[in-house]
Design a protein around this ligand. Structure first.
Ligand SMILES: NC(=O)c1ccc[n+]([C@@H]2O[C@H](COP(=O)([O-])OP(=O)(O)OC[C@H]3O[C@@H](n4cnc5c(N)ncnc54)[C@H](OP(=O)(O)O)[C@@H]3O)[C@@H](O)[C@H]2O)c1
Length: 312
């Protein structure tokens, strides 16, 4: 079977750039949306040009020009959107509704992967305010996709290691603490950590796979299902130094939300669900879902002791 042609929307983003790379590496004809709105953003322009150098095709289109989006998606079989969705960075998840409209009108797209790549929003109906906005918006996009009968795959990628492992799951920093580390509750809740390049590799693996059609694919490689304590132990082993640990109760953690800015409150809510409630691992993957490391055992995913080496 010929490999699908892929359009990445949001290709210069944090996960998007890795998806472009993985798509090229797995031999797909790869198109990347080039938005006129990026204007003088030299970093984005240079990145797009580097994709071109690596063999990608740049496709000009704007979210404010429906026709241009339709023309862009008409050129490919698969559309992967990596629209921003991290509050302290940029979040425009609902902008994707315009892309859904374009895919619907184009009528040729065999698979759409919307910007998900985190917790499964379908399992977050009970999520705390204000962080639930992320899940609510992702569910709004899912509804539009499903009502338009667009074939889809939802990638539930759990914790990107750059945001959650390098800092030993400490908020407000992306680097490991030097002396003291906060433990959420007893620190034994299981969490899934993912190397971002592996997220991209698995994502591209799903696109031509009938087993993942109209399903959620959870990225849950068994050796990366770790508690916070297990993650910290790996770091301590790597550095040969013990950290001073103090535990934070659920109540104290939640009350830390008061007085924080909106983006930080969103973050506290997400951390709460992940590290206290265990929302990434407290369910079986079940019906209409697959687990990526079982589907693709050939992927030698990065273990967290390996990932953490760069921080040592
Ligand atoms: N699981 C985790 O730990 C985790 C961590 C981070 C993110 N995520 C998820 O991953 C997804 C992508 O997040 P990210 O951090 O990679 O995003 P990002 O780097 O902040 O942004 C991705 C892209 O979104 C596009 N974009 C932003 N605003 C736009 C607008 N108004 N109109 C059109 N395009 C716009 C840009 O595309 P151009 O390239 O066209 O400029 C940008 O490069 C989100 O769903 C997020 O929730 C998950």
């Amino acid at each position: 079977m010929a490999k699908s042609k892929v359009l990445v929307v949001g290709g210069t983003g944090y996960i998007g750039r890795r998806i472009v790379k993985a798509s090229l590496a797995q031999g797909h004809e790869t198109y990347v949306l080039q938005r006129p709105e990026i204007g003088l953003d030299i970093e984005k322009v240079q990145m797009l040009l580097s994709f071109k150098k690596q063999g990608a095709r740049l496709v000009e289109a704007s979210f404010s020009d429906h026709r241009s989006l339709v023309d862009a998606v008409r050129q490919v079989d698969v559309v992967i959107c990596t629209m921003s969705g991290v509050h302290f960075r940029s979040h425009n998840v609902l902008v994707q509704l315009k892309l859904v409209e374009a895919i619907k009108d184009a009528g040729n797209v065999k698979r759409f992967l919307p910007s998900e790549f985190g917790m499964d929003p379908a399992r977050m109906g009970h999520a705390l305010e204000p962080g639930r906005v992320t899940f609510d918006e992702k569910m709004t996009v899912r509804k539009a996709i499903e009502e338009s009968k667009i074939p889809f795959t939802y990638v539930s990628a759990n914790c990107f290691a750059g945001y959650f492992a390098g800092n030993l799951a400490q908020m407000g920093t992306l680097l490991p603490p030097k002396d003291k580390v906060l433990i959420y509750g007893d620190g034994n809740v299981k969490v899934v950590y993912m190397d971002e390049d592996d997220v991209a590799t698995y994502t591209i693996k799903t696109i031509d796979d009938l087993r993942t059609l109209n399903k959620t694919v959870y990225l849950r490689p068994p050796e990366n299902v770790l508690s916070q304590r297990e993650l910290i132990e790996k770091w301590e082993k790597l550095t040969g130094r013990q950290l001073d640990k103090s535990s934070l109760s659920e109540q104290d953690f939640l009350s830390s939300m008061k007085g924080l800015d909106y983006a930080s409150q969103v973050g506290v809510g997400h951390f709460y669900h992940i590290f206290y409630e265990g929302c990434l691992t407290n369910f079986e993957t079940g019906q209409d879902a697959e687990e990526a490391s079982q589907l693709y055992p050939e992927v030698n995913y990065t273990r967290m002791d390996e990932y953490l080496k760069i921080y040592a």
